[in-house]
Each structure stands twice: as C-alpha cells, then as structure tokens.
Design a protein around this ligand. Sequence first.
Ligand SMILES: [Zn+2]
Length: 255
Amino acid sequence: MTVALQILFALFIIILLILFVFRPKRKPLFELPANYPDLLADYVPFYAALDEDSKKRFEDRFARFHAAVRITGANAEVEDLDRVLIGAAAIIPVFYIPDWDYVNLREVLLYPGRFNLDFEQGGPDRTVSGMVGNQHLEGVLLLSKWEMRQGFINPHSNRNVAVHEFVHLVDKMDGTLDGVPQILLERKYMDRWKALLEATANSIRNGESDIDAYGATSPVECFAVVSEYYFNQPELFKERHPELAEGLGRIYRSR
Ligand SMILES: [Zn+2]
C-alpha cells in the first residue's frame, strides 16, 4: 500500500469514528422532570408506601413507560403532574409483575374533561372520563385530565379512572377484554375468578356491597373497578373483600 493510500485509509477510519460519536441520539418521548420523585411521593400513596429499593424500581419502570408511550394533550395542557400521574397509574397495577411492558399502548390522549363517545368535548352527553381506544384508535388510551387528577387527589376514594383504564389494557393483553387476564392467571383459577366477578356484580346489584355500582355493568368493568379499590385502599379492601383480594393478589403478583 502506498503512503497516500494509507493516509486515505486512516482518514476514512477517523471520519467513521467521528460519525459514530456524533450520531443523532434518539430523543426520548418525555424528559423526566427533576422533581418527579417528589411529585410521586406527594400524590401517589402507592409509591409513598414503598421502601427505598422498591421506590427506585418504581422510578425505573416509570421512566421506561415514558420512553415508550407518548402523552398528547387534546385541547388540554399536559403538565408535569399529569405525566407523573399517568405514569404512576400505568405502573401501579403491574409493579410486581416482572418485565411487564404495555406493548398494546403507544399514546395517551389527555382531554380537559369528560367527552362523549364521538370524542366531542362539548354537549350534554359527555359521560366518558377514560377509554381504551380501538379500531383507528388501537394502541391509544383516552383520559380526562380533571377526572384523572381526582382519582389521586382524594385519598379516601375507591375510584381512580387512570388505574381503571390501565387495568383494561392488562385485561386486553391476551387479545380479549373479558375481565380475565389469561396471561397472568393460571388456567386452573379462571373459572373461580369468573364466578367471583359474577358474585361480586350480583352483590353490588343487591345493594350489599361498598364496591362502586359501575362494577355491576359487566365482568370487564367489575375487574377494573375492584382493581381500582384494591390499589387505592389496599387494607380496607383486604378486610372487606378477602376472596377478591386473594384473586387480585394472584393476578398482580402482589400477595
Ligand atoms: Zn371501564
């Protein structure tokens, strides 16, 4: 090889190295606000109750969620607190399930308040505060900012719309939204779980339960509503609904 060729070759390697070092970095979908552990501690009792090691694990899962899922305002300003609460609602149900990723979710759309089934934000029939999208909205979760915040701000509530919608995504991970997360529940427990949801819905209908009436709508809603209560008020739920708590503990690996 001539000296000229050697120099050319060396230059070529140097250029390759420079290109490698200065390659464009993939921009994360969400820069975590510096104070997000404080926001979690202030607004998310589930996080606040964890020990230090578990808090760190929660934060890692939270960051991974935000790196994968975009949060977009639909006429609503997405503030740091909203990002923190949405990320927390995503992680709470799956915190004890190793390596869980919401592969069926790419975007959360945040509406200012309730919307109707045509996603309109005006008019009298705005009854929806959260929804798992399907068809052209497959992979999208719709949430009302106002109701989402209420679920975290009121510590004595057994409702939390954001957790509710993420539970639907957990349910749907096996391909069907039916109240039975087949990925997480062993086959031998499935019939017992279905019967328990049915019995729970019946006791709500008969006015014998402190579980929200929306849980009586269908097994799908029953699973989501009892999960909200289980994560919002774990001690009270275990005391009043030991059989459901055992079933949910089995599903969420949180026993
Ligand atoms: Zn629902």
